[in-house]
Design a protein around this ligand. Structure first.
Ligand SMILES: Cc1ncc(COP(=O)(O)O)c(C=O)c1O
Length: 403
């Protein structure tokens, strides 16, 4: 039997397409809370800290055995070349390049889009390039960042951009030369119409646009359109990750025109990012795209996220952002649950939590969500009884415990 949360989640589900919804219904009939998935004994099933915790599937591992073993620095990795060409087509861009990480992808794009300081990059104040890349943008591109808090609390609009963009030759300023967007942004979909408005404005003023699409797949997992191509045609460069949500162990791709991708490849090598037998990584990336994204499996993650939201609301909780895709931001403070209690209960019950952000992925399971629901109930019970009330929360900043 399914818990009330699981049954209810069908009703409140995140707009998956009809066929995926019926597949999920079919699957749910087969799955019981005791049914293991492919990843039983994998650390990912009960891990809600991030969608990067997924482990390679058996078909990813099987793909290693047929991967090309040519040297990618010499451009002889056939598996890599073929996947880059296919993905470039899928994203509607002339060229694609496999890189080691999303951070490397973003930094290559920004460095390649920029020329000679002084200049600045306008971005959302929550963006990964600003908060979570160890200051790499300042080091690698020598750029000043202009972090902007979106007025609607969700995503940047043209109005936000116009308020903060620096279009000036006044020598006091570092003019905006790149606008860097992120989609999804903290799990929320940046609507394509808003990206179009910002992009048109930017291009009219000679400003380039980068899209950190680490989770662009997720933005495209809810409805059939807009597609990956629809989003990427609006911007100059794009980064996407295959190691988030899709389940590959390593890697990202960057896209742009041939000239810029050639430049990125050069900087990639400069940064020590040349990969020799890259085929063993791109073979797994290929399976990730084909078997996880193309088969619609991200809908499962979206679906689990809706279940999590429902469970949290069931204990009187609220979320701080809408649950568009696979991130659920629980307002622990409002519910009166100290983060120390939250983490402790999770640890005790074998559920890995990353503070107020719960991220789901296709390797979670119904039984894992049920377990998380129990964690919520127990954490609230203890908090209501006063546990942790007078503790001073640690000020140490931790990536997997976002505030
Ligand atoms: C939006 C976004 N961009 C970029 C990255 C960087 O990816 P990586 O960890 O592969 O460097 C992340 C990582 O979680 C991310 O969430």
């Amino acid at each position: 039997m399914f818990s009330p949360v699981f049954r209810g989640a069908f009703i409140a589900s995140a707009r998956p397409s009809i066929s995926i919804l019926s597949q999920l219904r079919h699957q749910s009939r087969k799955m019981t809370s005791a049914t293991p998935n492919e990843w039983t004994n994998s650390p990912a099933e009960f891990d809600f800290r991030s969608d990067t915790v997924t482990t390679p599937s058996s078909s990813m591992l099987a793909a290693l055995t047929t991967a090309s073993l040519g040297d990618d620095v010499y451009n002889e990795s056939l598996t890599t070349n073929a996947l880059e060409a296919r993905l470039a087509k899928m994203f509607g861009k002339p060229s694609a390049l496999f890189v080691l990480s999303g951070t490397m992808g973003n930094q290559l794009c920004l460095r390649a889009l920029l020329q000679q300081p002084p200049y600045s990059i306008l971005c959302d104040s929550r963006s990964h390039i600003y908060l979570d890349e160890a200051g790499a943008t300042s080091l690698i591109s020598q750029a000043t960042l202009t972090p902007v808090v979106p007025a609607n609390g969700l995503y940047l609009t043209l109005e936000d951009v116009k308020k903060h963009v620096i279009i000036s030759d006044d020598i006091h300023y570092a003019p905006t030369k790149v606008i860097s967007l992120e989609n999804t942004i903290w799990g929320v979909i940046h609507p394509i119409e808003e990206i179009r408005r910002i992009s048109e404005f930017a291009h009219e003023h000679g400003i380039k646009v980068h899209l950190d699409g680490a989770r662009l797949w997720n933005a495209c997992s809810v409805t059939e359109t807009p597609t990956l191509e629809d989003y990427s045609e609006l911007v100059d460069t794009v980064t996407v990750c295959v190691s988030k949500s899709l389940g590959a162990p390593v890697g990202s791709f960057v896209f742009g025109d041939e000239k810029i991708v050639k430049k990125m490849n050069h900087i990639k090598k400069l940064l020590g990012g040349g990969i020799r037998q890259a085929g063993i990584l791109t073979a797994m990336a290929d399976v990730a795209v084909t078997e996880v994204f193309k088969k619609g499996r991200l809908s499962e993650a979206n679906y689990y996220a809706k279940m999590v939201e429902k469970a949290w609301k069931g204990v009187g909780g609220e979320t701080t952002l809408p649950v568009d895709t696979n991130a659920v931001w629980v307002d622990l403070e409002k519910r009166g649950v100290p983060e120390s209690v939250w983490q402790k209960v999770g640890d005790e019950m074998g559920v890995k939590l990353g503070g107020v952000r719960i991220m789901t992925h296709y390797q979670n399971s119904v039984r894992a969500i049920e377990k998380l629901e129990e964690v919520m109930q127990e954490a609230c019970r203890r908090a209501d009884a006063g546990e942790g009330r007078h503790e001073v929360e640690t000020l140490e900043k931790s990536y997997l415990s976002k505030q």
